[in-house]
Structures are given as structure tokens and as C-alpha cells.
Design a protein around this ligand. Sequence first.
Ligand SMILES: [Cu+2]
Length: 308
Amino acid sequence: MVAIPHAPSKSVPALSRAVRAPDLSAGTHTVQPTSTYRHSDRLLEDSGDARPRYPVSFCAVGKTDTEKESYMDIGAGWRRAAAITAIAWAVWAIVLTIVIGEIEPFILIFAVVPILAWVATNWKPNRITHTIFGVVGLLVIVLNLPFIVEDFAHPESAFGFNISTWPTLTALVMILVGVQAWKSFGDRAADRILLVAAALFLIGLVISVIATLGLEDDTIAAGDLEVVAEEVEFLPETLTAEAGSVGVFIENEDPARHTFTIDELDVDQELPANTARRVTFDAPAGTYEFYCTVPGHEDMKGTLTVGG
Ligand SMILES: [Cu+2]
């Protein structure tokens, strides 16, 4: 091992120093013998060597040498991937809050917790914090699985689809950031994974926009019962009809999808976002509950009374 003495460059401002890699501005660093120190990025990557190819980021400023070593173990590409997920969560929360028009606690929780987990990876850049980061990503997916499955199955409601693919892909990247703290994939893998995640999101975006633009409203017929789905409620919540063939015309005014479902009558009409749908069915005299099957819309229900 050959020891290189500390050789700071006092004339270089901090900002421009940040673009030079690796950061040798503090402490004594050792360089391995030529036989194992490979200059080729390809060799470094293939060997799983975690030595950073990127500049030591702003995250390392003010850290001790030991902490900087931890950063180097994690790899700059993965630290950057973690930072990008934090930005992605912030953008997601802002977009969703603007569209909904009010601050929802669940949005804040789902955005703030991953961002705090990312802050922790910078505060203590080690395997434990990166593992926590990955676990938070896993929890996001597990806790939202019912919603994710429903949204992914309905690209024709573009808003719900994309507002779901965005955090899901972000959470998957978080999981990989956590896993690679234990089993290095190589630093370049971080860039590839980010590219794949971005490509998947864009593909989903295009598919969902095409599917949504292809929707057409149904036409109302004479004698139809009229229902509006708005702000995750059915209006009115009480309907009356004569026994026999019943027509219901439902306008979904929400950016989210709903269903108009009556279990006893085998009615399960999908209501894509901002679309009108007409459903007909035969109903004997009786009282029936109509409701929406979308998870989280449990309050969305009403009563249909069919006279004899
Ligand atoms: Cu609903």
C-alpha cells in the first residue's frame, strides 16, 4: 500500500471542488497496488467494486473520513438514486395536492416519511439507514397494494393510474437502494434502474392517455334514473324505480374512477374518471344498496327502492 499525503487545493472554491472526484481534500488516503486498482469503469463495475465513479456529492461535505468511506461504500450513483426518489416524492405530493385542491394527511405521510428516510441516509450514510430507506419503500408498496392493483388495472382513468405508478416505481427504486447496501449491484446499475423506472412511467403515461382519450360518454335515455358521482359521493343517495327494467345514468365528475355496483342484481358498472355511463338491469320489488367497490370509497353508497 502506498500512502499519499494530504494535498489540499486552497485556491479552488468549494463549488468547483465538488465536481472533481474523488474528494481527497481531507485526511490521508491510500491507493491499492496497481494490480488491483483498475482505471477502467467497466472493470470496476464488473468486479462489483463500490469505488465511486462520480464526484463525492454535497452530502459528504462536513463529514468525517469514516463517514465519507461509508458514502463510498454505498456509491455515488445509489446516493443520487436515493436523492431522486426523495425529489419524486415531493413532486408527487405537490401535484396530487394541487389536483385535489386541499392538503390531505395521507399524502403528507406518504411523501414525508420517504423524504425523512432519505434525510437519514445522509445524516448517517450506512447500511442501517439505507436498509430503513428500502423498508420504507417496501411498506409503501405493501400498504398500498389493494389501491395499486386497482389503479394498474384501469389505465383508462389516467390520473389515478399515473398518480399510482409514480410512487410505486419510486418505492421500487427505494427497495433496490436498500438491497444494494448489502449486495452491491455496481454503481452504474443505479443509473440503469432509474432509466428503466422513468421509461416504465412514460410508457404507462402514454398508454393511459391514449386509453383515456378513447373514452366516450354514454347517452342518457328517457326514464333513466340520474346519479352523479362527485367528491367520492353518490348524489342522490336514494333512488326509486318501478319493478322491471331499470336504467341508471351515472356521471362521474371526479378525476378518480368509481363503480356503480348492486350485488343482489349483478350490477357492476365501471365509471372511468370524468365519464358518463348508462347501465340497465331488471329489478324485482325490493330495497337494494348501490355502492362503489374502489378501495377507500366505502362511504360511497346509497339505496335503490324498487316498488311493486
Ligand atoms: Cu368510488
